[in-house]
Design a protein around this ligand. Structure first.
Ligand SMILES: [Zn+2]
Length: 193
């Protein structure tokens, strides 16, 4: 019988993919932590995975720019996630742009087996180019939330991560000493694209 109770349980076990994307300083990790914390309060098994490439903070915890933290597991490759996610109902993935190309398939497999997958990542690199597997993840997601930072030059909404130091490598870990958030106009003024 299709009672409200059954409907509720179906919702609880229904899988999905949520992507939270944006530039640096847009609050992506903060939003990931907020969503995962709500699941924890609801007594749902949660796990957050971070790529080994991101070593800026404590390796056993996910820490946002404003220093909220939540336990997380660091993995070297997306293939390590499935064996670790056996009894997990909500999987969080931080800094998804640093993962390998296998991540979208891993997320599909999780979602198709009833897991709620929440992904946070940079949608663009410092040149404004789509970053890593983020375009694929956004395409297969049930929902996409694009967050914005504030342009440090003019105060408008910012969607670019402007690199302040001369380095052409796509991956350069850093914070405010290396990057600033800029809007489209201010990003283009200094000719990074
Ligand atoms: Zn601006």
């Amino acid at each position: 019988m299709y009672t409200e109770e059954v409907f509720k349980r179906r919702n609880e076990i229904g899988g999905s993919i949520e992507v939270v994307c944006g530039s640096m300083f847009s609050g992506k990790t903060e939003e990931l932590i907020r969503r995962v914390n709500r699941a924890r309060i609801a007594k749902v098994n949660v796990e957050i995975f971070s790529p080994v490439a991101d070593t800026r903070y404590d390796k056993s915890a996910l820490v946002s720019h404003n220093l909220n933290s939540i336990p997380s597991k660091t993995v070297a490759a997306s293939a390590e996630i499935l064996p670790l996610a056996g009894h997990i109902q909500v999987v969080g993935i931080d800094e998804a742009q640093f993962f390998d190309d296998g991540l979208p398939q891993v997320c599909q497999t999780l979602a198709n087996s009833g897991v709620r997958v929440i992904i946070a990542g940079l949608d663009m690199d410092f040149k404004g180019r789509p970053f890593g597997a983020m375009p694929q993840l956004m395409a297969i997601a049930d929902s996409v939330t694009k967050l914005h930072a504030v342009c440090v030059k003019c105060g408008q909404q910012a969607m670019y991560s402007y690199r302040l130091v001369p380095n052409e490598s796509q991956i350069l870990l850093g914070e405010k000493e290396s990057y600033e958030a800029r809007c489209r106009n201010c990003f283009n003024l200094d000719g990074q694209i």
